[in-house]
Design a protein around this ligand. Sequence first.
Ligand code: GLU
Length: 480
Amino acid sequence: MVDKKLDSVRVRIAPSPTGEPHVGTAYVALFNWAFARKSGGKFILRIEDTDRSRSRPEYEAEILRSLRWLGLDWDEGPDIGGDCGPYRQSERLELYREHMERLLKAGEAYYCFCTPERLERMREERKGESFRGYDGHCRGLSEGQVRENLERNLPYVVRLRVPREGETAFEDMLRGRVCWRNEEIDDQVLLKSDGFPTYHLASVVDDHSMGITHVIRAEEWISSTPKHILLYRAFGWPVPKFCHLSLLRNRDRSKISKRRNPCSLHYYRKVGIFPQALLNFLGLQGYSMPQEQEIFSLEEFARDFDVSRIKTRSPVFDLEKLFHINGVYLRSMSRERLVEALLSYTRGWLEGALGLAQERMESLGDFFPLMAFLWQRELVGDFGAILPKRVSLEEARGVLGKALEAYGSCEWSVEGLRRVHGELAKALGLKKGKVFMTLRTALLGKLGTPPLEESLVLMDRFQVIQRLEGALGCLEKWDV
Ligand code: GLU
């Protein structure tokens, strides 16, 4: 690969395909996209799939599909290629290997043969100390010792030799000067024992070889930045500009989480949010438009895009605001376009929903009452009133509470949910029938419904969580 020396702006997003497409990816993509469009530069999509156990091709496909749905187009990427490809890290392993060799040769990196047990012990012993990174045990191994260990086929990682003295600083485009003392920076692993590069090595090698001029990414990566800067220096490369965007947050200011907010982009499609409205909302969350303009198109957003208008304070995710904005879009549409939108929205559902409904229908009209639960934004009915008498309020509370815990992180699939429901019955010592009755009435609004797990996976996780919370709240009313 030739190192590109490109003057014009090149930015990128680098999502990892390890789960459902995340709203944070859309948020970061929007700002990168606008920056590229405003400056006449290029917006690149790179897939960071070096986490072998968690990356899956179907997640990658969903990232691409969701970004396309949003209307954020990219100039280079795994699907359309480009001059700096391949754009999938798992196809660039040779490149990382060569670069790692280069660092080893220059003495900027070193082999580390410490076993996981030793590292565990080391961490244990240094509990409470401010710096709990690697203690440098293998930093001073002689060439002979290294050769011997390699010949003995001992497992190893490669670490960066971080200078012990001095500081590493950079000028963040939003936050100004950010500085670390080098003694606080860990000798980070560059190559894992499975032979795959870590995020740090792969990201720096790629950003450099793809000619990235501005790294615009989420704030959570800020602590990786000094390590990246040290890597650029170790290679003798120019350091790009960095801009760390504030994270979307829950109401208590923790990082946005599945339990408390819809993180998956699937949610927005499923509840019928328009992509333009979602981008408008995300823009508004992280950016102050001139004259406080609240409703704007993607083009308007990019036309005058100015980094100094990006908010530095983390926005609290405001779902009500999103629905409000979506309502503005919806009401401004012609009847004709709305009919089209509604048809294409329901078309997205029909296939899956009919798979469950068909054998329970006698007329077309039966479809809607049978599947109404799919479209309900929150709790379907007065849960307490429809809960069968055989299930006590105490039992219902137990089931809903446990389900709430599990739904936040379980695999969102028929098998995943089946497992959760089985474990739940066991943990509470309840018959499965009672568990199902409770969940059916709380989540689908009635007892006689299509199969529970199959119905739930047609919805988004967060939709279901919202209903669970509604049902738990409802129980309080029935308690007195
Ligand atoms: N793979 C990282 C992510 O999933 C990319 C971080 C970066 O932009 O450097 O967010």
